[in-house]
Design a binder for this molecule. Structure first.
Ligand code: RRO
Length: 309
């Protein structure tokens, strides 16, 4: 028996259920030496901003038990260079591309969406309202239902494209269902969850925070149960809402947990730094995990854990 791994995120059909997580494979080109990018569900690009940006002071990475902290701070080339080089390369290579955008304010998100809307080759827009590595917590729009919805309303108002809008949510909130509800009301087609959790490591030799930016985003297996819980809660509240799940997925077994909690597809992030072929490997492993449980299609397993408790 071969398992049908095709899936969808709203109107976007995916040939495979695994995607690269934003920030972990740049704009995909470097990963292409490890596998055929057209066989992935999607490449989700590193969040792009309006202007070029050098990011936060170094060091920007720290290892933690079962995970890592990053404090990159939205380093990137800016939207014009992204369109000219990265998006052009992805389009020429027929990669299903989900473009992640991030703004300093609501207007910047609107500008980015209006700049991208007429560009061919964008399968979906991931609106990153949850980057933890910003100057002020007020810029983590996903921590407040009003600011989350104002970003999405603005993007929605200019995004007259059939490509879905996904809002990327933060787990650093009291009630993630409330945030999901606010972005649904503002017009998203789906959500990506979860972004990293805000963390810190102290260097005890120097008696100061290890990261140049002091705090960073925690990723990797340490956060996987948080992601599974968040996906389960949002799927329970909004069973029709497409969810792209991410947070410490390392194996097909992990990916199936996300699918059973309610995700329709899974992004793979931190594991890629140590195993660049993980997005393809995890899809193969997921097929096996589904097969041994008697599933003929991945879509039959979406939200399966809700039926039993
Ligand atoms: O660039 C970053 O530091 C970063 C971003 Br945009 C994000 O969304 N999540 C994260 O952990 N790091």
């Amino acid at each position: 028996m071969s398992v049908d791994l095709s899936t969808s995120l709203g109107s976007l059909q995916l040939v495979a259920p695994t995607a690269t997580a934003s920030g972990c494979a740049a704009a995909g080109k470097e990963l292409s030496q490890f596998g055929d990018l057209t066989k992935l569900g999607a490449v989700v690009t590193k969040s792009i901003m309006r202007d070029a940006r050098s990011g936060r002071p170094t060091p920007r990475m720290a290892e933690t038990p079962s995970g890592m902290l990053n404090s990159i701070g939205l380093q990137g080339p800016g939207i014009e260079s992204f369109i000219e080089k990265d998006l052009a390369w992805l389009r020429e290579n027929n990669v299903t591309t989900i473009v992640s955008i991030a703004g300093n304010n609501v207007e910047e998100f609107g500008y980015l969406a209006s700049r991208l809307v007429s560009e061919p080759g964008i399968a979906a827009l991931e609106v990153n309202i949850s980057c933890p590595n910003v100057e002020s917590r007020g810029q983590v729009f996903a921590c407040n239902p009003v600011s989350a919805s104002s970003v999405i309303e603005t993007v929605r108002s200019v995004w007259d494209s059939p490509a879905p809008i996904l809002a990327k949510l933060s787990p650093d909130v009291t009630d993630i269902v409330e945030i999901a509800s606010s972005v649904i009301d503002a017009g998203v087609d789906g959500v990506s969850m979860i972004n990293t959790l805000l963390g810190m490591v102290i260097d005890l030799d120097q008696m100061k925070p290890m990261l140049g930016g002091k705090t960073g985003g925690l990723s990797g297996p340490a956060i996987r149960p948080v992601a599974v819980r968040a996906i389960y809660q949002v799927h329970a509240a909004f069973p029709q809402l497409p969810i792209l799940g991410m947070g410490g997925v390392r194996t097909g077994h992990d990916a199936l947990e996300f699918i059973a909690a309610g995700a329709s597809a899974v992004s793979v992030g931190t594991v890629v730094f140590g195993d660049p072929s993980a997005p393809w490997r995890i899809a193969d492993e997921l097929a096996h995990e589904l097969e041994v449980r008697g599933f003929e299609k991945l879509t039959d397993a979406i939200g399966a854990a809700h039926k039993n408790g």
